[in-house]
Design a binder for this molecule. Structure first.
Ligand SMILES: C[S@@+](CC[C@H](N)C(=O)[O-])C[C@H]1O[C@@H](n2cnc3c(N)ncnc32)[C@H](O)[C@@H]1O
Length: 277
């Protein structure tokens, strides 16, 4: 199947999810964004560092919720996403919140960001988080995009679901209710999926259900960043993740979920990769 086909399928799926996620009461509820009390999560906040006065490129920004929170905390943010409805919603929210100067949003595929944003590189941070990399087929190409946009001394702040956790899935649930073996860690295959469910709203049923996704081993993600000339400055593994990745996970407070008993394997990781100055 051609590259255009994976992008077309995935974009249709994400375009449809925007309206679902904009509804009040989902994980993307915007009440706190609107009243100015929203804050970025603990894991992403720690890896981003202080954002006031920083120029941030937010890749795969969805409808801009985290981008706008960063803008509310003093950053100047450019959000990129390939979903036109997501970017339209992000612009609407920026306008409603009076943040158009601090936050701008562009429709672009990640791999084509240099065409959408032809200004000289020079961002203090490139920010990528939570459920972004599984939608991209090529980590080396992604890392080159990140490196292109960072200024010397700037860093990628990445917080993601752990690929070791993506090996397991509720579609292969075991008798004790835990997720079973699903995708080989080193398989490096396109995962052709067909899911009507949405992670943010259990009651939603999507019609654009076919997607192409990828499980990237850590060596491909970190190897791509090193090959693009970045230096790994921090790497953390976490026993929590900010969505109910598996049915058996239990709330941990502050919007996170953890294993019900023991930290069997990491559910998330975060890293900082610096462009040498
Ligand atoms: C799970 S969401 C990311 C969530 C976001 N980090 C947040 O916390 O709100 C994944 C996003 O990636 C976008 N996306 C997927 N593939 C993309 C691509 N090839 N280029 C640009 N955006 C893409 C989708 O439109 C969606 O908004």
């Amino acid at each position: 199947m051609s590259e255009a086909e994976w992008r077309r399928l995935n974009r249709a799926n994400w375009d449809e999810r925007v309206a679902v996620h904009l509804k009040p009461g989902t994980r993307y509820d915007q009440a706190r964004l609107r009243d100015g009390t929203a804050r970025i999560g603990a894991i992403t906040g720690a890896i981003l560092g202080s954002v006031a006065g920083q120029k941030i490129l937010h890749l795969q920004c969805h409808f801009g919720m985290d981008s706008l929170i960063l803008a509310q905390h003093g950053a100047t943010v450019t959000g990129i996403d390939f979903s036109a409805p997501a970017i339209q919603a992000a612009r609407g929210l920026a306008s409603e919140l009076g943040l158009e100067t601090q936050a701008r949003f562009l429709v672009s595929d990640v791999y084509e960001t240099a065409s959408a944003l032809p200004e000289p590189s020079g961002f203090d941070r490139v920010f990528v988080s939570w459920g972004a990399l599984c939608w991209l087929p090529d980590m080396a190409g992604w890392a080159r995009v990140v490196a292109h946009f960072l200024k010397p001394g700037g860093w990628l702040a990445l917080a993601e679901a752990h690929p070791a956790a993506y090996v397991f899935d509720d579609a292969a649930k075991t008798a004790d209710g835990r997720p079973g073996w699903y995708a080989p860690y080193l398989g490096r295959q396109t995962m052709v999926e067909d899911h009507a469910e949405d992670y943010a709203d259990p009651s939603a049923r999507l019609t654009n259900t076919h997607t192409h996704e990828w499980l990237h081993p850590l060596s491909d993600i970190i190897g791509g960043l090193l090959a693009a000339g970045l230096r790994l400055d921090a790497f953390h593994e976490h026993e929590i993740v900010p969505w109910k990745m598996f049915d058996c996970l239990v709330p941990d407070g502050d919007g996170f979920f953890r294993w019900p008993d023991k930290p069997w394997l990491p559910l998330a990781y975060s890293l900082r990769a610096v462009k040498p100055g």
